[in-house]
Design a protein around this ligand. Structure first.
Ligand code: SF4
Length: 363
């Protein structure tokens, strides 16, 4: 789900890039917007739009000497922090026929450009999160969430073969990294397009060696429910090596989950959480809650609040629902006013005792 503020920021950044580009240069834009709302993108003579699924078009646009498809994980630098992560940069730049100095120069000029374009601070340190090694395990998802535009741009899940993932881990381990993060839009669906499963992936990764920690991102609750008997022993056995797990619940109301097209019942999620906390009391779980979804009654909201209060969560990220023209949920009746959404979010902020973030956008 991409909301209004990030959309405006993206459009402002594109405009800045077009206006401040060097003479005879092009601006190439990609991400979700071209797919989900092409109409909102400005038309500039030197602006080229490339959709996620068309990255290989970049080869001819920039006359690439090294083809896009021959660089492992080439499409996974997708955020500003990624650009500033040493492991990410090292991984990509080693494929480029450029000197160390040239790479440093590129890095610093891109950092300054991004800082100006985004009108937001970029850390002055040359790299951040030096210690974190991201591993993209899949793109796309098997969800049909009515509020989500991401699935429209990424499509159905496409998992990376296990061998490639293990090679990335070996590469990270050989280079001394101790903290890894699994990245995917719908991690729990990993492998279903390859005849494999997420628990199998975790088992293979943890068995590589015992000297690293692994953050588990974005396991949608339907996968926790489906694989619970396989995941629980893994979470228990490797609890000291899992800094946290992100399980985005979104709502505590079955009526709202149904309207969201989230394929699970809250009672089943609750049962898994209860058993998880009983077996592994020190488990650290982060979740997401989407507040103010169309039709969310106060009673629905209280159900969400009660779910969040029931557990000793590490963190909840609250997203304020906003319509996206391309999403089914924009057409639903009983839209919630901005004032009421704010009020509900403030109630959560005041009443939840664990860390609460209010964020601008969700995946
Ligand atoms: S919210 Fe996640 S699971 Fe749902 S459609 Fe979007 S990417 Fe897929």
């Amino acid at each position: 789900m991409l909301l209004r503020k990030p959309k405006k920021r993206s459009l402002d950044t594109i405009e800045y890039a077009v206006n401040n580009r060097k003479k005879n240069s092009l601006v190439i834009t990609t991400g979700c917007l071209p797919k989900i709302n092409n109409a909102c993108l400005p038309v500039y003579e030197n602006l080229i739009i490339v959709e996620f699924a068309e990255f290989s078009k970049l080869d001819s646009i920039i006359s690439a000497r090294k083809k896009f498809t021959t660089i492992p994980d080439a499409g996974t630098i997708s955020s500003i922090p990624d650009l500033h992560r040493k492991p990410s940069l090292k991984r990509y730049f080693k494929y480029l026929p450029l000197s160390k100095n040239r790479i440093q120069n590129l890095f610093f000029s891109s950092k300054n450009f991004i800082r100006n374009a985004m009108n937001s601070p970029v850390p002055s340190l040359p790299f951040m999160d030096n210690d974190i090694y991201n591993v993209m395990i899949a793109r796309g998802c098997l969800g049909k969430c009515s509020f989500c535009a991401i699935r429209l741009s990424h499509g159905k899940i496409k998992s990376k073969p296990l061998g490639e993932i293990l090679d990335l881990f070996r590469d990270g381990l050989q280079n001394g990294y101790k903290n890894f993060v699994l990245i995917a839009e719908d991690s729990g669906a990993y492998g279903l397009d390859l005849g494999s499963t997420y628990p199998e992936l975790l088992k293979n990764i943890f068995e590589l060696n015992s000297d690293f920690k692994l953050v588990l991102n974005d396991i949608n609750p339907q996968w926790l429910i489906r694989y619970f008997d396989k995941l629980l022993p893994i979470f228990e056995k490797y609890q000291d090596r899992i800094p946290y797990i992100i399980l985005p619940v979104q709502s505590g109301s079955n009526d709202i989950l149904k309207k969201m097209r989230r394929p699970y019942k809250i009672e089943k999620v609750q049962d898994c959480f209860d058993r998880l906390y009983q077996t592994v009391p020190s488990i650290k779980i982060k979740t997401h809650a989407l507040i103010g979804f169309p039709g969310e009654t106060y009673d629905d909201f209280i159900k969400t609040k009660n779910f969040l209060k029931r557990y000793n969560l590490l963190e909840t990220t609250i997203y304020e629902y906003e319509n996206r023209v391309c999403c089914e949920s924009a057409k639903l009746p009983s839209q919630i006013s901005a004032k009421e959404k704010n009020r509900r979010i403030n109630i959560l902020r005041n009443e939840l005792t664990h860390t609460v973030h209010a964020s601008m956008f969700n995946n």
